[in-house]
Design a binder for this molecule. Structure first.
Ligand code: 0X9
Ligand code: ZN
Length: 426
């Protein structure tokens, strides 16, 4: 009882804090002395408490939702809130470990100095949307016979969601890659552009085969509004940028907004302030709606769907909506997962990826793009890749790790495609 009273007391204060002022017209948000903590959750009351504080305040931000297997939650806490937070952990007997001491320090370190910047587009730093788009234009201009632009649709703020198709011959099986649906997951678009570049320039036989035997449909930055916002205002932004009719909190989790078990089983939130807000209805976010329409239109042109995310090092297959049912081809999906993970672990970095269904190895997530494609478009090879790392840097993966991460992607992707082909999916 005491705990619940304490919870509601802080809930009330935090709602006030959360609503004080808007981010618009403010300078870039700073995260000085914001810490990230790994909490070990031992019961449902502890979990409910942590999920609640993650939803009600801008002083807390859940970086990694509760994972059934590790029992971990990763949460970012503002310095003003730290004492309060520690008291909350103490009273509720939740053990914690600090993973990041000062988020701002990592953000600062993420910005490459002018001296180290070669000036040409590459993979030793992170770029803004306009720079990625300019690079995309240059690639389209440089490879006019094998590349073609496609447009998924328009974002809430009116940006164009662009993709590139790479095709060497008619009749190739297609592979669709959607990347950066979560704005703060910058490694995803860096990896997508690297991958595009490899398909176009690599001379390695295995990569040439990958490039020339498949049609690639790649959207390097899907959540364009959120991505722009994560550069301009708030590095930790995840959601879309569409305001809510009756709530001050902005945006929905685009990866909870698809019409597949939408908002079932606690796999998303109905609270607009939550990082996993499902939206008011499936397709309420113009980006998700546009993707559904676009994919439906080209559904005969692809047989594999991959969604790029970070972090945690997983290859996740459907289902996301339940941990007690598994798809009919689960054994095959596991085999593909094993091939993917083994190929990555065999590289000199020795990075370990886990694989399995989202709900089983990670957590229940409903209304995701991958589950929608799997269930509604009947594409039986559909995966989410969660890139590096395990939480040392989380979303702020240092630029020196971009290329190693990308090398892992290529090794994993080669194995994934090979195995899918061997199993008769392509
Ligand atoms: O929660 C998510 O949307 C993803 N994790 S993240 O930390 N990047 O936010 C996992 C999505 C799992 N995907 C599917 N169920 N298909
Ligand atoms: Zn994500």
């Amino acid at each position: 009882m005491v705990n619940m009273r304490l919870l509601w007391l802080c809930a009330a204060t935090l709602v006030v804090l959360a609503n004080a002022g808007t981010l618009k017209d403010t300078p870039k948000l700073r995260f000085d002395n914001y810490g990230v903590y790994k909490l070990t959750i031992r019961n449902r009351i502890q979990l409910a408490l942590i999920e609640k504080i993650g939803e009600i305040s801008n002083k807390y931000d859940i970086w990694k939702e509760y994972d059934e297997h590790t029992k971990e939650v990763h949460i970012m806490v503002s310095p003003e809130e730290l004492k309060h937070f520690q008291e909350l952990l103490r009273v509720n007997d939740i053990s914690s470990e600090q993973m990041i001491e000062n988020v701002q320090e990592l953000i600062d370190g993420e910005q490459v100095t002018a001296a180290a910047d070669s000036g040409t587009f590459g993979w030793t730093k992170y770029y803004e949307l306009s720079e990625i788009e300019a690079w995309l234009d240059s690639v389209l201009a440089a490879y006019p016979t094998v590349t073609e632009e496609f447009i998924v649709g328009q974002s809430y703020e009116g940006r164009t969601i662009r993709g590139i198709k790479i095709s060497h011959k008619a009749g190739n099986p297609g592979i669709f890659i959607e990347s950066n649906i979560h704005a703060r997951e910058w490694i995803t678009s860096a990896s997508a552009t690297w991958f595009i570049n490899q398909l176009l320039t690599s001379e390695e036989p295995a990569v040439r085969n990958l490039a020339e035997s498949y049609d690639w449909h790649i959207v390097p930055v899907f959540n364009v509004d959120g991505f722009e916002y994560s550069h301009a205002k708030n590095r930790m932004w995840r959601k879309t940028r569409q305001p809510h009719a009756t709530n001050e909190c902005i945006g929905a989790d685009a990866n909870r907004n698809f019409d597949s078990h939408w908002l079932e089983n606690n796999g998303a939130s109905s609270n607009p302030c939550s990082e996993t807000f499902a939206g008011d209805e499936p397709g309420s976010e113009p980006e998700a709606k546009a993707l559904v329409e676009y994919l439906t239109q080209i559904k005969d042109q692809f047989s594999v769907y991959i969604s790029f995310h970070s972090y945690g090092q997983y290859l996740l297959s459907p289902y996301g909506h339940t941990a007690t049912e598994f798809p009919d081809n689960y054994a095959d999906l596991l085999e593909i997962g094993e091939a993917f993970a083994t190929a990555i672990e065999d590289l000199p970095y020795g990075t370990v990826y886990r694989y399995g269904t989202t709900a089983d190895v990670l957590y229940v997530a409903t209304g995701t793009s991958v589950d929608w494609v799997f269930n509604e478009l009947d594409k039986k090879v559909a995966f989410t890749i969660e890139y590096r790392d395990l939480g040392r840097y989380g979303f702020i993966l240092p630029p020196v790790q971009i290329i190693p991460n990308c090398e892992e992607l290529m090794a994993g992707m080669l194995a994934l495609i090979d195995k899918s082909k061997e199993l008769g999916y392509i």
